[in-house]
Design a protein around this ligand. Structure first.
Ligand code: AGP
Length: 608
């Protein structure tokens, strides 16, 4: 997902644009650019390949006091990362930045023969299309933008300026988020509220199909069909500390280490310790509706999908009379799957903007199935389109690799499952162990992180030279293993894959040799001995195993063992996941790779 910023007001636009792009750099960081306009319409366009720092180098020799501008940090979809492909793109007097994909850009391009294309991007086609309607200022910019958008197919969040009028920015969205910050004598724009923090607390979230003209003192919103839209000003919750590193070297380590606090926020006010019950206001389902639920569909991508898988295991444990289906959004959205009427769909997304998950939500809603969001980003598109929801409240998650959101997504879904079980009259004896453990979980997380961090940091170097890894677990430790493998894969580029322990002998065991290391999750429980015999199969073939267990007297010939406290039984795999997050972090640090902004990825994938 790319980052978009815009500014029009009393101060120098360049300052806000650069600081805003830095806040959004985690969303996409192949290249970046800004354009500012002087009072008489002189444009200063600066673009650079790579990180924002490269753009700042260019800026140092091009300081302007211009009071209006737009900027963009790119995650390449069409065309390689390069200065020529960096936004803003120019067409005549118009400059445009875009987040999303214009699916029919090739057909459109064929008709734009007057424009001399300089990039491979779909965005430049959109700029040229707007310009073709702008007719050198014969028509208002907003009209030209609307005419162009009516011909496009795909998704967009755009900001457009013209040198003819250095007092207004035209913005529009369909599928890619835009939020307008309302200040005093200044108006800001961003694709994520994080860029507005510290500048204003007043925000207007643009909705799909809306176009706005923003000036320093005004915001006028209409639909593409020119119907007026009343601007709804909302409060931005994020605080500055939350989006800064707080003394940590990387956002990832900060977000791993703050999980006791972030999980406490997820739990806050939702568990009645005295009664031993869970109460979730957000889903908005009556006791009768909860009682009737027979099937859950849990939708997500990547880490959110793993959270759904893991939560599904737990929910089926304490509510055996319902079935749970955890699905990958990009697969499920095309399945035309029939969902039984007595179902509820959980839509899991940290960013609340993931295109495949959003598309799935819209498909599921067509079947009249109640949709419940398990989302972190307040006011995000998914959060606003579900029927009800439970925010996980972990605060901004900046690092591309999702960590604290995963832990809280699992717990939020477990709490939702508990509300169903309560409504169905489940015996408190069944639910109480889970609820008691949820209450203890933040402290157990703190204990695990304190104990494991140093141990993992010490062993990580040993494994940093290996390029293949196998993660293994059974039952709830299997989705945990999947999440652990994804964490290592996405930031260290190690070829890490997870298998159910019991599946090893059906094929993956053939992989085990000196090129691999294995991470084995071995929680106490009725399947512990089974996992141990599977582990023997790996060790017998020379496996280099990191065992993660809560069995204190663990005695097996593994290469390393990380022992965690056994105070938590059911949710032990969540604690083991913390250790795997640390393994991914310290192996990546040992390799010297970019921990927070791994290659080829972006924090929120708003394209399909
Ligand atoms: C997780 O570490 C990845 N960054 C990625 O798999 C992510 O979980 C996925 O893209 C879903 O994002 P969302 O939760 O914002 O929808």
């Amino acid at each position: 997902m790319c980052g978009i910023v815009g500014y029009v007001g009393k101060n120098a636009a360049q300052d806000f644009l650069i600081s805003g792009l830095k806040r959004l750099e985690y969303r996409g960081y192949d290249s970046a650019g800004i354009v500012t306009l002087s009072e008489n319409g002189d444009a200063t366009l600066l673009r650079a390949k790579g990180k924002i720092a490269n753009l700042e180098d260019k800026l140092s020799n091009n300081k302007r006091n211009d009071k209006i501008g737009i900027g963009h940090t790119r995650w390449a979809t069409h065309g390689e990362p390069s200065e020529a492909n960096a936004h803003p793109h120019q067409a005549g007097k118009i400059f445009l930045v875009h987040n999303g994909i214009i699916e029919n850009y090739k057909e459109l391009k064929e008709h734009l023969t007057e424009h001399e294309f300089k990039s491979q991007t779909d965005t430049e086609v959109l700029a040229a299309l707007v310009n073709s309607f702008y007719k050198d200022g014969k028509y208002p910019l907003v009209n030209a933008v609307v005419q162009a958008l009516k011909l496009t197919k795909g998704t967009y969040g755009i900001a457009v300026v013209t040198t003819d009028n250095p007092n207004e920015i035209v913005v529009a969205r369909s599928g890619s988020p835009l939020v307008i910050g309302v200040g005093h004598g200044e108006t800001m724009l961003a694709s994520d509220a994080a860029a507005l923090v510290g500048h204003t607390k007043q925000a207007i979230y643009l909705n799909d199909g809306e176009v706005a003209v923003i000036t320093r003192d005004n915001v006028v919103i209409k639909t593409l069909n020119a119907e007026p839209v009343s601007a709804k000003v909302e409060e931005i919750e994020t605080n500055l500390a939350a989006i800064q590193k707080g003394g940590y070297e990387h956002f990832l380590l900060k977000e791993i280490m703050e999980q006791p606090e972030s999980l406490a926020e997820t739990l806050r006010g939702r568990i009645n310790e005295k009664e031993g019950t869970v109460r979730l206001g957000g889903p908005g389902l009556s006791q009768e509706q909860l009682r009737k639920v027979k099937h859950l569909v849990i939708v997500g991508c990547g880490t959110a999908y793993h959270a759904g898988l893991m939560a599904g295991y737990y929910i089926e444990q304490f509510t055996p009379e319902i079935t749970v289906e955890s699905v990958i959004a990009s697969e499920y959205r095309y399945k035309n799957a029939y969902i039984p009427k007595d179902s509820v769909a959980l839509i899991v997304s940290q960013s609340g903007e993931t295109a495949d998950t959003l598309a799935c939500l819209r498909e599921i809603k067509k079947q009249g199935i109640p949709t419940i969001g398990i989302v972190n980003a307040i006011g995000s598109t998914i959060a606003r389109e579900v029927d009800g929801g439970t925010y996980v409240h972990v605060g901004p998650e900046i690092s591309v690799a999702s960590t604290k959101a995963f832990t809280s997504q699992v717990v939020a879904m477990v709490m939702f499952g508990l509300t169903i079980a309560q409504a169905k009259g489940a015996r408190s004896g069944i639910l109480k162990p889970y609820i008691d453990e949820l209450i203890k979980l933040p402290a157990a997380i703190r204990e695990t992180l304190d104990e494991a961090s140093e141990a993992v940091r010490k062993i990580a170097q040993k494994y940093a030279s290996l390029e293949h890894a196998i993660y293994l677990g059974r039952d709830t430790a299997y989705p945990a293993a999947m999440e652990g493998a994804l964490k290592l894969k996405e930031i260290s580029y190690v070829d890490a894959n997870a298998y159910a322990f019991g599946e090893l002998k059906h094929g993956p065991l053939a992989l085990v040799d000196e090129r691999f290391f294995e991470v084995a999750l071995l929680p106490k429980g009725e399947l512990f001995d089974k996992a141990i015999s599977n582990l023997q199969e790996v060790l017998a073939r020379g496996g280099q195993v990191i065992a993660i267990t809560n069995v204190r007297d663990f005695e097996m010939p593994v290469r390393d063992v990380i022992v965690i406290k056994d105070t938590i039984k059911h949710f032990a795999p969540l604690l083991m996941n913390l250790v795997m997050q640390l393994i991914a972090y310290y192996v990546t640090v040992a390799k010297g790779y970019d921990v927070d902004q791994p290659r080829n990825l972006a924090k929120s994938v708003t394209v399909e």
